[in-house]
Design a protein around this ligand. Structure first.
Ligand code: ASP
Length: 326
């Protein structure tokens, strides 16, 4: 080898690039951090912890879930976009990845180009719930109360671009009545406030509301899907309640920082597919009103295509509403 070639190789090794294929083969050699951009105990956190545990078993390493909530999920997403692209920092995020690029015009990270996709995880229905003593028992009655008491009512959400925010926008548009919104770092704290009766309404994923609904701790008015859900057999759909346009489901995906080697995202996608077949995960998802995506959707390419199409779907809707986060 010429001196020049050796020097070039040494310089490359110093940047860490030459070591990448070897590192990918040994990956993962230490615990992985999975960032959830919402508070602990909420619906995104629940999905992440179930996936992290099952993926960790396949990878032979612990995946530690860390909550970095705030600003509709953009604080946690920024942390991952700016992390080392070595496969040791991941992001489990939801539909907010499609809305943030249009809603937030001044982000300190690239909300599209800043990430590699690993795979889709699940798509979760939402439910409209209220504090236990809310003076309505059906969706039609709830709409009448919203219209009558709009000045007094509070709608809790997890910040602009969060699923709870989007669901609230759909509701307010469908009933043509704006309400005061109260943002939290996630819908786990929003649910605590609802249970304490300090906020009135919340629309949240079934991964956070099913048990509260079934125990009678909150009132429920509808599920935002065309069909009723098996863990919530008595809860009518929005269409049954008279608001067919009040429909939304929340997809979740796994991401790595831009530049993470393809061998690493492929290995993670493989582990994700194994996790999504895990009987414990499948059973828990079912109890919470959801199911894993089909195996072929838990791949980097399928995830990227889905994300791009969904981002393109939301852009004109947000632009037409003209309401931005900044
Ligand atoms: N469900 C929340 C949302 O509104 C996020 C969360 O706390 O997981 O997007």
């Amino acid at each position: 080898m010429s001196r020049l070639a050796r020097r070039a190789l040494l310089a490359l090794a110093a940047t860490g690039l030459a070591a990448a294929p070897v590192a990918a083969q040994q990956y993962p050699a230490r615990p992985i951090t999975m960032i959830v951009p919402f508070a602990a105990g909420g619906p995104t956190d629940t999905v992440a912890r179930l996936a992290a545990e099952a993926m960790g078993r396949d990878l032979g390493q612990t995946i530690v879930v860390e909550n970095a909530g705030g600003a509709g999920g953009t604080i946690g997403a920024q942390r991952v976009a700016q992390a080392r692209p070595d496969g040791y920092t991941l992001l489990l995020h939801h539909i907010g990845m499609s809305t943030a690029p249009t809603l937030y015009r001044r982000l300190a990270y690239d909300p599209v180009g800043g990430f590699e996709t690993v795979g889709l995880v699940t798509e979760v229905p939402m439910t409209l719930v209220a504090r236990k003593d809310f003076p309505a028992n059906t969706l039609a009655e709830a709409i009448a109360v919203i219209r009558r008491d709009k000045e007094k009512l509070n709608y809790a959400n997890a910040g602009i671009g969060a699923a709870s925010h989007l669901c609230g926008l759909l509701l307010m548009k469908a009933v043509d009545t704006p309400m005061t919104t109260v943002p939290f770092r996630g819908t786990a704290p929003a649910m605590q406030e609802l249970l304490a009766g300090r906020v009135d309404l919340l629309c949240d994923q079934t991964t956070n509301t099913t048990e509260q609904i079934n125990s009678g701790a909150v009132k429920v008015f509808s599920v935002t899907t065309p069909q009723r859900l098996s863990p919530l057999p008595n809860v009518p759909t929005s269409a049954e309640g008279g608001l067919p346009e009040f429909q939304i489901t929340v997809w979740h995906g796994l991401y790595a920082p831009k530049g993470t080697p393809a061998a690493v995202t492929q290995r993670l996608s493989q582990a994700l597919q194994v996790a999504l077949r895990d009987p414990k995960l499948v059973a828990r998802f079912a109890e919470l009103g959801t199911a894993p995506v089909a195996q072929e959707m838990a791949t980097p390419d399928a995830h990227r295509r889905f994300w791009q199409a969904d981002t393109a779907k939301w852009r004109p809707i947000i632009q037409a509403a003209g309401q931005y986060a900044d």
